[in-house]
Design a protein around this ligand. Structure first.
Ligand SMILES: *[C@@H]1O[C@H](CO)[C@@H](O)[C@H](O)[C@H]1NC(C)=O
Ligand SMILES: *[C@@H]1O[C@H](CO)[C@@H](O)[C@H](O)[C@H]1NC(C)=O
Ligand SMILES: *[C@@H]1O[C@H](CO)[C@@H](O)[C@H](O)[C@H]1NC(C)=O
Ligand SMILES: *[C@@H]1O[C@H](CO)[C@@H](O)[C@H](O)[C@H]1NC(C)=O
Ligand SMILES: *[C@@H]1O[C@H](CO)[C@@H](O)[C@H](O)[C@H]1NC(C)=O
Length: 447
């Protein structure tokens, strides 16, 4: 064999090996991928979906394969689930549903939360550390209760380099309609509580600023509610330079700005950013208004006027809606595929958990929202998940506060246990009359 023929033969061998290897790899990865897709859709698996303590490596692997098959290996090394998250809640944007996702994620893994004493972390004031219910953790995992954005104290609890900042917006027309009617702003201004009050409000040209100061805190959402929650002062509402600068600032502060109008897309983006499992983002819509409270028929004139009144929010929304779609484009083809799988799975979990009849769920005072009825006879594990998925925000917060309190007690008690602690606490309530063999001389000080 001549040497050139020999080297050609060697080259051919190398090529053959390479092709075989690549083929093997691709087929293998495809199988893995198909396997993970099937796994995420069979009903039998649904009974196991809150078995979240699955190996993180498997999760990361499934994620990375879906994300980007060609760089599955490097992604495998790069991507590990994010456990330090600040989710900045905004009003009437589906943020309670997202908070429930965060609650479950942290709850199932025993992560620590920055919790409010009741519902809000000092909102409508800008966030400060002292608003947090006492907590043992200097480096909490999740903050997802209503807190108005405040960079410095938030960065202290959630350092930017090791945390993810996420929020959610909604198109300002539907958002304002929802805020206005949900907060019953019409009634509060004396325009009545009928569907016309929003129109009357706009016909009047809104309200002057002087009127806002006098009234209840819900009022603070009467103009540009999104930017309010994101921390912008009223004094900048009519300053274009300041509004634009603030939008640029938010763009740098947040790792992901979701859009409620594209809710499922938002969640899939979030899952990818956080390197979570698809099961982690399953949801049932929470805190939804009853149908009769919804003002569906907004004519064009009203819609345009809502935009005029909330112009800063319009600028904010347009900016982030644009970057949202650019980001999805960059995610590539696998995004649509994953979105479709997620939707199937979300429908399935809903069918598995709840009946198709809603009920009234108490929120506060005279406020009720749509609630769910769980199906009867759910298997234990699934029931646990369904209960948590449909749990109202306040109930979940109360549960989490209890859980963190218990954890603190256990830490304080060291190796001793709860029974002992409660015995210790009971001891101080027992009367000293329970024994009498130590005789005390009567105390009787004569003056
Ligand atoms: C969470 O804490 C509970 C109670 O201490 C424990 O039983 C459970 O195994 C923990 N779960 C995880 C994922 O660490
Ligand atoms: C508008 O905001 C910019 C940037 O914050 C500030 O420099 C400027 O003074 C503001 N203009 C007015 C009229 O307040
Ligand atoms: C958001 O951006 C997309 C893409 O540019 C556009 O089609 C859509 O109308 C925008 N959504 C809203 C609610 O404005
Ligand atoms: C709800 O489900 C029941 C039976 O599962 C069905 O008969 C009924 O038509 C459903 N109602 C609606 C509004 O889908
Ligand atoms: C708690 O402490 C009591 C008394 O020391 C002991 O009998 C019990 O087994 C302990 N329980 C647990 C779960 O450790």
């Amino acid at each position: 064999m001549s040497s050139s023929l020999q080297s050609l033969f060697q080259k051919a061998l190398v090529v053959l090996f390479t092709v075989t290897f690549v083929l093997f790899y691709v087929v293998h990865e495809k199988q893995l991928n198909r396997h993970s897709l099937e796994e995420t859709t069979t009903p039998a698996q649904i009974t196991h979906i809150d078995r979240v303590i699955r190996s993180e490596i498997i999760t990361a692997k499934a994620n990375s394969i879906l994300n980007d098959r060609t760089s599955a290996r490097s992604a495998l090394l790069k991507c590990s689930p994010e456990n330090h998250i600040l989710f900045l809640k905004t009003h009437k944007t589906g943020s309670s549903t997202i908070a429930n996702i965060m609650f479950r994620y942290g709850d199932f893994r025993n992560l620590s939360f920055v919790l409010p004493s009741f519902t809000m972390l000092g909102w409508p004031h800008r966030f400060h550390l002292f608003f947090a219910h006492h907590s043992i953790s200097e480096t909490p995992n999740i903050l997802c209760s209503h807190a108005r954005f405040n960079k410095r104290p938030m960065n202290r609890l959630f350092p930017k380099e090791s945390s993810k900042y996420i929020t959610i917006l909604r198109n300002p027309v539907d958002n304002f309609e929802s805020v206005f009617n949900y907060m019953e702003l019409g009634k509060r201004i004396g325009l009545g509580n009928n569907p016309d009050s929003l129109q009357l409000f706009l016909e009047r040209g809104g309200i002057p600023f002087t009127m806002m100061r006098k009234i209840n805190y819900e009022w603070l959402l009467v103009r540009n509610p999104l930017l309010h929650d994101l921390g912008l002062s009223f004094k900048f509402y009519q300053n274009l330079t300041a509004v634009n600068e603030y939008i640029q600032f938010l763009d740098k502060e947040f790792d992901l700005v979701m859009i409620m109008d594209y809710f499922d897309e938002s969640l899939v983006l979030m899952k990818r950013l956080l390197c979570w499992n698809m099961d982690d983002i399953l949801y049932l819509k929470l805190n939804d208004r009853q149908e009769e409270e919804k003002n569906v028929a907004l004519n064009n004139d009203i819609r345009e006027n809502i935009k005029r009144w909330n112009k800063a929010d319009v600028l904010l929304f347009d900016h982030f809606n644009k970057s949202f779609w650019k980001r999805i484009e960059k995610e590539g083809d696998t995004f649509e595929e994953e979105l479709a799988t997620f939707r199937q799975r979300a429908t399935k979990i809903k069918q598995s958990c709840v009946t198709n009849e809603t009920r009234l769920q108490f929120l506060y005072a005279e406020k009720y929202v749509k609630g769910y009825n769980l199906k009867h006879d759910l298997p234990e594990e699934l029931r646990r998940l369904c209960e948590k998925m449909t749990m109202s925000e306040n109930t979940y917060l109360k549960y989490l506060r209890g859980k963190q309190k218990k954890k603190m007690r256990l830490i304080e008690m060291g190796p001793q246990n709860y029974t002992e602690l409660s015995r210790e606490m009971k001891e101080d309530e027992e009367t000293w009359d329970s024994a009498n063999d130590l005789v005390y001389e009567p105390v009787n000080l004569a003056v």
